[in-house]
Design a protein. Structure first.
Length: 989
């Protein structure tokens, strides 16, 4: 059986031929197969077993993509055999895409066949091969492999199977599929069967492709209902084979459920059926899928025991649990935040309790408001406590009331000094704290503590304060007493006959008082003494006169006796200290007041002073800029006087004083007694103005001239300048230039001849680095020395963002090989600069690749100047990379094929640049038709031509009517054995 035309029922293909045109209008089945095929490519590795069984070449030798299997199926009814119960055998049909323009005489395949059970597990492994032909060009052809199909067992021995073994409802895969073909010649070597060991290079290897089989389905998994009556069951089925898409019809035995999805969830317990139908209306039914559920979880209350006494925690609760899915967990709650996790609980106080029982599936049942009881609370309360009538008496009493609990009650009293009693109420009590414990018939207890029986406080009279008479003989003393305790009101009797609590207006002497309370209790205070001070007096002990005329250094020292210290003082000059100093000459008085405001006044205290020292008279001589200080003389200076200039050291005058700085000054005279005159103020005139030291800036020496400059930033008008002690000269335009590195001293001279201080500045030795570069010619021919950051197949536009379209879509190696000036020169020089900057051996002036990228992307609009600059850097010094064998091999990971950077090897183009016509010479050593396509740098096709018989040495001339000025074009030549490209530049017409 041979299927020679595509019906579209089983086959489809998704591919991308070399001309960029995709196949359209193919059925979805083959699309799925192709998707499976590509998944297989990503997920599997070639099995060497196939190579060993069939003596095949290594996979890396099979790299052609001219023919490719894009689909596989069996020659079988789409819905499968009617009564398939085990293994049946069918012919294999392969869909083969010939993307070339040539018919291929024979096509052979070799693969490992994996046979799967209906549940998706691997059943058996075989090896298969076959050979058929021919395969027409530029289309997908289906070949049926019948007599030529050979099936071997897993050891490579013949099975004798009449076809592919199909396990009913299972799946099939071709793994590590070798594809091989011949060219169109009809000679003996190109007929089936092919020599498997000689199929390279017209061969390819597919990791895996599935063989389309009839529809099959099975239950992958079921999820039972978790809790009785819940709707959370689920069924997961797996469907394979047939023609997608599938439709699903679910039902439940007894009704009440339907669904149309592949898997169903949210199910109640029961029995379910599903029918799956594929796109060919082939049905497949799974019946009797059972979803189970557990029995209902039920918790039942058992025995509840109440607390024995009010407030006790000795109650308990027991429960029983049935149904659900053990094991169970328990969550109890109760009063005051009570929680527990056991089935039964004890040690409980009275209150309402609840429990939630949870089984292994999180099903729950709750018992609420389980009450634990208790008896009424036994409460003893104080009725009355009667205090003792007087301090120290024992006539107090206590009565209490008792309710609750279980009568009869017993009583246990305790109190001060070992007191005990067993009656309900007690009397004859001394003051103190009492406690009683009441016990009922069930030994429940209540205790009252701290029952206080009081007594009046003890009557106590104390002296609070005694106020003595303020001055000798005064009758203004006083006594203040305090009374506590006893029973108010109180009465008082003083030794002087007074009957008030406190007495005043008394003179010095001894006093006593008796205090009586309302109950005639008494307390007496005796020997209360009131005193008075001695007489207050003051005398001037020492008077010190002022030392110099007008000074304020006089002093008065007085002595005070009697009265009541401390004393206060009021002097006639406002001072408030006992002794005063810092006084000028004059008469003074002072009033002394003691602590009781008794006063005494001392008058007519006189402080004297000497005569005034005369102020000195001076004569001044001025200064100039050559004599930076002036001088002065003192007129009629007494021989025993000393002088101080501007607050400096004292000196004796012996003649004219020199070295005096210009400006204001002050001179003071001092006599033999150390008294000073008033200051004599005078001025020494200023000299001619001396210019300030100049402010300087340095222009440091560079590596080109090795000299620098000194710039004066302060004023230069009217000044002359001297450097390092040389003659003074006028300031030159642009500063002092051509200066060697070193330390410099600069001074300024004014028109008056005054010279400034020195300003210092240093010109540093330049640090000059020897930069080098490697030329673009080096990087073209040493691709093995490229740094790992960049590959020959990296796109220029991915590295240099914003690159113009002439460069952006090209590989770095192709840009490096471009001809032409302007943007093309910048392109190739920038690639060389990038490689220089990323190579550690090269001390490149642009230190990092990012420096190169930033410079280039900023200068795409200034390509000519930027390209020349980079050319200069790339040719600086001697390339340090060292000699090595030249290579133009692509970087690791850059695929070499018909579209690679070596794609121009089969053709040459002239003239360059071209104008009116373009000559293409063929350098390949075979004959073939050739399709010529010319693109501009935007990817637009501008010219097409077909050469029917191209071969080595032949030249095709193309009319260049597409040229629009000077720009780059891409020449692409496609033959039946390869594709060649070359970039060429057109000239101006």
């Amino acid at each position: 059986m041979r299927l020679t035309t595509l019906t579209g029922k089983y086959f489809s293909a998704i591919s991308e031929p070399k001309d960029g045109k995709a196949l359209k209008g193919l059925p979805y089945t083959m699309m799925a197969l192709v998707l499976i095929f590509f998944v297989g490519i990503n997920g599997m590795n070639a099995q060497e077993t196939v190579e060993d069984i069939f003596d095949l070449p290594a996979p890396e030798r099979c790299v052609s993509e001219d023919l490719q299997v894009v689909g596989a199926t069996l020659d079988i009814d789409p819905c499968g055999p009617a009564d398939c119960v085990d293994v049946e055998y069918y012919d294999l049909i392969l869909a083969i895409d010939n993307t070339t323009g040539s018919e291929r005489t024979s096509f052979a395949f070799y693969a490992r066949l994996e046979q799967y059970n209906p549940d998706g597990t691997l059943a058996a492994t075989y090896f298969v091969s076959g050979c058929k032909g021919p395969v027409p060009p530029n289309q997908i052809t289906s070949l049926t492999f019948d007599e030529s199909l050979e099936v071997l067992d897993e050891n490579g021995d013949p099975t004798g199977f009449p076809g592919i073994p199909y396990l009913c409802g299972g799946g099939l895969k071709l793994v590590n599929l070798y594809e091989a073909w011949t060219d169109a010649s009809d000679n003996e070597n190109r007929q089936c069967p092919l020599d498997a060991s000689k199929i390279a290079p017209k061969c390819d290897v597919l990791p895996m492709i599935e063989i389309q089989t009839p529809i099959n389905a099975y239950v992958e998994d079921t999820t039972p209902v978790s809790c009785f009556g819940y709707a959370d069951g689920a069924i997961d089925i797996t469907v394979s084979g047939g023609e997608t898409p599938y439709t699903y019809v679910w039902s439940k035995v007894g009704g009440g459920f339907s669904a149309t999805t592949q898997d169903v969830s949210g199910l109640y317990a029961g029995t379910y059926n599903v029918t799956i139908t594929d796109a060919n209306d082939c049905p497949f039914t799974i019946e009797g899928i059972v979803i189970t559920q557990p029995t209902e979880l039920q918790a039942t209350q058992g025995t509840v025991v109440a607390a024995s006494c009010y407030g006790y925690a000795d109650g308990s609760i027991a429960i029983s649990v049935a149904g659900g899915t053990p094991p169970y967990t328990f969550a109890w709650t109760g009063p005051d935040g009570y929680t527990a996790m056991t089935e039964d609980i004890s040690g409980l106080e009275a209150g309402s309790y609840s429990v939630t029982v949870t089984d292994a599936n999180d099903c729950t049942d709750t018992l609420s408001a389980i009450l634990v009881g208790e008896p009424d609370e036994l409460v003893a309360t104080l009725d009355e406590a009667v205090d003792a009538s007087c301090y120290g008496y024992s006539d107090g009493s206590i009565t209490i009331d008792v309710v609750g609990g279980t009568p009869d009650y017993t009583y246990a009293w305790t109190g001060p000094d070992g007191f005990t009693a067993s009656t309900q109420d007690i009397s004859g009590l001394a003051a103190g704290s009492y406690s009683v414990t009441v016990t009922d018939e069930n030994d429940c207890e209540d205790t009252i503590t701290g029952i206080l029986v009081g007594e009046p406080a003890e009557l106590v009279a104390t002296v609070a304060a005694i106020t003595d008479a303020t001055c000798a003989g005064f009758a203004n003393g006083a006594i203040d007493i305090s009374v506590t305790g006893g029973t108010a009101p109180y009465t008082y009797l003083w030794s002087n006959g007074a009957t008030t609590q406190d007495i005043s207006g008394i003179s010095a002497g001894s006093y006593s008082v008796t205090v009586t309370d309302a109950n005639d209790c008494e307390d007496t205070i005796s020997g209360i003494e009131v005193d008075d001070p001695s007489n207050l007096e003051a005398t001037a002990t020492t008077v010190t006169d002022v030392s110099c005329y007008g000074f304020e250094d006089g002093a008065i020292d007085i002595t005070v006796t009697g009265g009541t210290p401390p004393y206060s003082f009021e002097w006639s000059n406002g001072a408030t200290t006992e002794d005063v100093s810092g006084l000028d000459a004059g008469t003074y008085w002072v009033t002394v007041t003691d602590d009781n405001e008794c006063e005494y006044t001392l008058s007519d205290i006189t402080v004297g002073e000497p005569t005034e020292v005369p102020m000195p008279d001076v004569q001044v001589a001025p200064a100039d800029c050559f004599q930076t200080s002036g001088s002065f003389s003192i007129v009629n200076a007494p021989a025993d006087f000393e002088y101080s200039l501007d607050g400096g050291d004292w000196f004796s005058y012996t003649g004219t004083i020199t070295g005096v700085t210009p400006g204001p000054h002050s001179l003071v005279a001092r006599d033999a007694n150390g008294c000073e005159s008033q200051p004599r103020n005078f001025d020494v005139p200023q000299p001619f103005e001396t210019p300030a030291a100049p402010t300087l800036e340095a222009v440091q020496p560079d590596c080109d001239t090795l000299t620098g400059a000194i710039i004066v930033t302060s004023s230069t008008v009217g000044y002359m300048f001297s450097i390092n002690g040389a003659d003074f000269v006028a300031y030159p335009m642009g500063g002092f230039t051509g200066l060697a590195p070193g330390d410099y001293q600069v001074r300024v001279r004014s028109n008056d001849g005054c010279i400034s201080d020195i300003s210092y500045i240093t010109l540093e030795e330049p640090i000059c680095e020897d930069f080098v570069g490697c030329t673009l010619g080096y990087w073209k021919n040493h691709t093995d020395r490229w740094c790992s950051e960049y590959q020959t197949c990296d796109y220029y536009g991915d590295v240099f963002e914003g690159a113009p379209e002439e460069l952006a879509g090209e590989y770095l190696i192709d840009v490096l090989n471009m001809g032409g000036g302007g943007i093309y020169n910048l392109g190739r020089q920038s690639v060389a600069a990038l490689l220089n900057a990323c190579s550690e051996e090269v001390n490149y002036e642009l230190a990092t690749p990012q420096d190169v990228i930033d410079y280039v992307t900023a200068n795409f609009d200034n390509a000519g100047e930027a390209g020349s600059y980079l050319d200069m850097l790339n040719n600086t010094g001697e390339c340090p990379m060292g000699g090595s064998r030249a290579t133009t091999a692509p970087s690791p990971g850059c695929e070499v094929n018909g579209a690679s950077m070596d794609a121009s090897a089969g053709i040459s183009v002239s003239p360059v640049p071209f104008k009116d016509q373009l000559n293409i010479k063929y350098e390949f050593d075979y004959e073939s038709a050739a399709d010529i396509h010319i693109f501009d740098m935007r990817g637009n096709l501008v010219k097409s031509h077909r050469e029917s018989n191209a071969g080595k040495g032949k030249v095709t001339t193309i009319n260049a009517d597409f040229v629009r000025g000077e720009q780059m074009y891409i020449i692409k030549v496609t033959t039946d054995q390869g594709t060649y490209t070359k970039n060429v530049v057109s000239g101006k017409k």
